[in-house]
Design a protein around this ligand. Structure first.
Ligand SMILES: [Zn+2]
Ligand SMILES: [Zn+2]
Length: 287
């Protein structure tokens, strides 16, 4: 390696090792000490941990005591159940944006710590055979540099002593633009986006899908569907955050609020994550 390359290489290594320890991953405030979640006390206090009032199927936090959220009442869910650690609001949004669009790969370690806790409390009695990420297309991986779901899945699996594998399911096409589609059409639109690559690793197995955020849950449901078609025994989903509100429906107005430069290259689910946040902000303001 030439001198300059060596310098660059070590620069990157050092960045991975040191950059993350003493700054809050949501607001960047300097931390007195390292923190399990990578957050300052203030940001941590703003999180809503999902413990009660959950939808029994998708694990979303609800504003009432109903057993199932409106989305789960209206749609067939192919996963056995899903659980999330926190509500997808301001702080969670900053963290997800950082790992997804800001190149902050090291956030995975902190996100995984949230997942470990949720896994230990919510998956008692479920014997997982393999952990898989929500895959992204090759094209997306090249532009982003990594798949954040896979980064989280690896760290999580290692921490709880499970096997992680990103070769079982692949994404073969990006969802086409679907902002103006109805909920049912959206659901349809994820069909054919994913493929089981290694059916042998699926047969009779209990599979846990790991992802950063659940919005509609239709992506995870579609992956669960193809896994079950390939004879998976059970399929579960564990995410860092999930949206509080029913997200299907009127979103077109919200689109105008989007940071257009940032969302230009996003998939629909990623756009939904941006939109939903804006929608829930508005809902709060309207009350
Ligand atoms: Zn903070
Ligand atoms: Zn639900």
């Amino acid at each position: 390696m030439r001198k300059i390359e060596i310098k660059e290489f070590f620069g990157k290594v050092l960045a991975e090792i040191f950059v993350d320890k003493y700054n809050c991953i949501a607001c960047d405030a300097e931390l007195r000490d390292t923190s399990k979640y990578g957050l300052c006390e203030q940001c941590k206090s703003k999180l809503t941990f999902i413990q009660s009032r959950i939808c029994k199927k998708c694990g979303r936090y609800q504003i009432n005591e109903a057993d199932y959220c409106l989305t789960c009442q209206a749609h067939k869910r192919e996963f056995d159940f899903a659980r999330s650690c926190i509500v997808y609001d301001d702080v969670a949004k900053e963290i997800v944006r950082g790992i997804k669009f800001g190149g902050k790969k090291y956030f995975a370690k902190y996100i995984a710590n949230f997942l470990v806790e949720k896994y230990q409390s919510a998956f008692d009695g479920v014997k997982i055979d393999v952990v898989i990420p929500v895959p992204i297309t090759k094209k997306k991986k090249i532009s982003r540099g990594y798949n954040q779901s896979w980064e989280i899945a690896k760290k999580f699996a290692k921490a709880v002593g499970l096997t992680a594998d990103d070769s079982i399911v692949v994404k073969i096409k990006d969802n086409k633009e679907q902002a103006r589609l109805s909920g049912a059409e959206r659901e349809e639109n994820t069909v054919g986006a994913f493929e089981v690559k290694d059916a042998e690793k699926v047969q009779n197995k209990v599979i846990l899908i790991v992802d950063d955020v659940m919005t509609t849950g239709s992506t995870a449901s579609e992956i669960a569907r193809i896994l079950k078609r390939a004879k998976a025994k059970e399929v579960y989903l564990l995410t860092f955050a999930s949206t509080r509100y029913k997200v299907e429906g009127e979103r077109i107005e919200q689109e105008q609020k989007q940071d257009t430069a940032q969302v230009e290259n996003l998939t629909q689910e990623e756009k939904d994550q941006v939109n939903v946040q804006d929608a829930s902000q508005q809902e709060i303001q309207n009350h």
